[in-house]
Design a protein around this ligand. Structure first.
Ligand code: ADP
Length: 409
């Protein structure tokens, strides 16, 4: 690039000085010094001044070109360094922050350098990780809260239904107690005197006998309804005892299985062994069991199968014994499932059903701190689940929330 001249002519130092005024970059200073040095050498060597000008001029162009190229190279190098060390990581940080701001916490910012940018990226990544964890916790918590609210809402609806039912039963019970009390005595008189009249009617008067028999039957039917109504008032009271449900069920089935309406019914018993005893009134519980069996027999037109199963369960932390009655009847239409525990709801023909069996049973089981559930689909038979708490003597009072141990009194 730099020529050492062969010129023998001298040249005043003006040109060199004017060029040095233009050159501002530090690297050019070196060139200027060199040209100055070359000029002196050339002049000393006796080179002609015009020749010196030409040589120095061409050297200067070379030096300026070299300097420009050098400056451009340095700039390009600095640009690359700046891009790699600053611009690129800043852009990555920026796009990472935008992602985080939009809620995308899955993709980390990928800067693996050991400088400040790498440190910043690490801090952001761990912040995004923490945010993701908190968000997950919040989502889990929200779901738990939603489930809890749903569960509580269902419980409230159930309790409300039960309260309405209990309230209905309670007011019906009060009314029934009054009506039953007023009707029972005259009705007993009607039945007694109808029997007396029938005895006194000559045998030849067949029509008279038949009419009196109708009076007796109808009056007895009324007595049956009154007995059912008395079930609400609990005038008779409960006699609590520790009972073994398996034994009580066996005795109940033995009692009815030879009756005509159960002849064509196949019983299967599936009892869990070693069940805890429950504290209950055996007569009342047996009345409930009988009602279940009679209803099943009616639903199946006295022909089919009844399965009775017992099992120990723990529901909401409480030990209970569940007795299941399942039949192979037509089942309960969905529209009726919500009504069957209502007093006087019946689908049986007039004279056959009073619609009191299930409501009385419901009242009895509720008084024992238990529950009756039903599961049925059309054509799939019906299943009734009677749940009674496992209680020992002395616990019943608490279960009844301070009610007397004998609710009928
Ligand atoms: P009743 O037996 O006098 O009709 P209940 O209160 O015992 O009164 O029963 C009410 C209604 O519930 C019945 O009329 C019947 O429609 C329905 N039901 C009860 N048990 C069953 C069953 N096992 N299968 C089908 N329907 C049933």
């Amino acid at each position: 690039m730099i020529k050492i001249g062969k010129s023998r002519h001298s040249l005043a130092g003006k040109l060199i000085l004017s060029v040095s005024a233009v050159m501002t970059f530090g690297s050019l200073i070196f060139g200027l010094l060199f040209i100055h040095f070359e000029q002196r050498v050339l002049l000393k060597a006796g080179v002609h001044s015009a020749e010196v000008v030409r040589i120095v001029h061409s050297d200067m162009v070379s030096i300026i070109l070299a300097c420009v190229l050098f400056v451009l190279g340095i700039s390009a190098f600095l640009c690359v360094i700046l891009y790699r060390l600053v611009s690129k990581p800043v852009a990555q940080l920026e796009s990472g922050m935008m992602r985080i701001a939009k809620g995308d916490l899955d993709e980390p910012i990928n800067i693996n350098t050991r400088d400040e940018m790498g440190l910043l990226a690490n801090i952001f990544n761990s912040m995004a990780k923490d945010m993701k964890r908190y968000r997950q916790d919040m989502e889990n918590w929200t779901h738990t809260l939603e489930d809890e609210v749903k569960k509580k809402a269902q419980e409230i609806i159930k309790t409300q239904d039960e309260l309405i039912n209990t309230e209905k039963l309670a007011s019906l019970g009060r009314m029934a107690a009054g009506i039953a009390h007023e009707l029972n005595s005259p009705l007993t008189g009607v039945v007694t005197f109808a029997h007396l009249l029938k005895d006194r009617t000559p045998q030849a008067d067949a029509q008279g006998h038949e009419d009196l028999q109708v009076i007796i039957e109808q009056a007895e039917r009324c007595s049956k309804i009154i007995k059912g109504l008395l079930g609400f008032s609990r005038r008779t009271g409960f006699e609590m005892a520790e009972i073994n449900l398996n034994a009580l069920l066996e005795a109940t089935v033995a009692m009815i299985r030879h009756q005509a309406r159960f002849y064509n019914i196949n019983f299967s018993l599936d009892f869990a062994p070693g069940l805890h005893s429950v504290l209950a009134d055996p007569n009342q519980i047996q009345q409930v069991f009988l009602n279940m069996l009679l209803n099943a027999s009616d639903a199946m037109n006295e022909k089919g199968a009844i399965n009775i199963a017992t099992r120990a369960l723990n529901v909401d932390g409480k030990d209970i014994i569940e007795t299941e009655f399942s039949d192979t009847g037509p089942g309960i239409p969905e529209a009726n499932v919500g009504k069957i525990f209502e007093p006087f709801f019946t689908t049986k023909p007039v004279g056959k059903g009073t619609g009191l069996g299930l409501s009385v049973s419901y009242g009895i089981i509720k008084k024992h701190g238990g529950d009756i559930l039903v599961k049925s689909g059309p054509g799939k038979g019906a299943s009734f689940f009677i749940r009674l708490p496992v209680q020992r003597k002395g616990e019943w009072r608490n279960a009844q929330s301070g009610e007397s141990q004998n609710p009928g009194n």
